[in-house]
Write a new protein. Structure first.
Length: 98
């Protein structure tokens, strides 16, 4: 039963390619780990807000977390919600093929 549930989730949100992750980072933060939006609400490579960052196990400020940590949390978020958290940039990344 658990295996079927994991497979169903994986099919719902196929894993992005490295090129798609790169396109998402470039769109969200110009690929800067310490990027902060003008309002200060969105932070880091993937422009997490703090409640979302915490919902995937992040601690502290995403804009000072390592690149590896930020990517790990983005992968976790993607597994839960697909491209939805990145409304505009997710569409850009989704259609990136190279």
């Amino acid at each position: 039963m658990l295996v079927e549930a994991i497979f169903a989730l994986a099919m719902q949100h196929p894993t992005p390619t490295p090129e798609q992750w790169a396109a998402l980072r470039m769109c969200e933060s110009s690929n800067r780990t310490n990027a902060v939006s003008r309002t200060g609400k969105y932070r880091g490579l993937y422009q997490f807000d703090l409640p979302t960052w915490k919902s995937v196990g992040g601690t502290g400020d995403p804009a000072i977390a390592s690149r590896t940590e930020q990517h790990k949390r983005a992968v976790m978020l993607y597994a839960e919600r697909g491209w939805q958290p990145w409304y505009h940039c997710g569409k850009v990344a989704k259609h990136t093929t190279e």
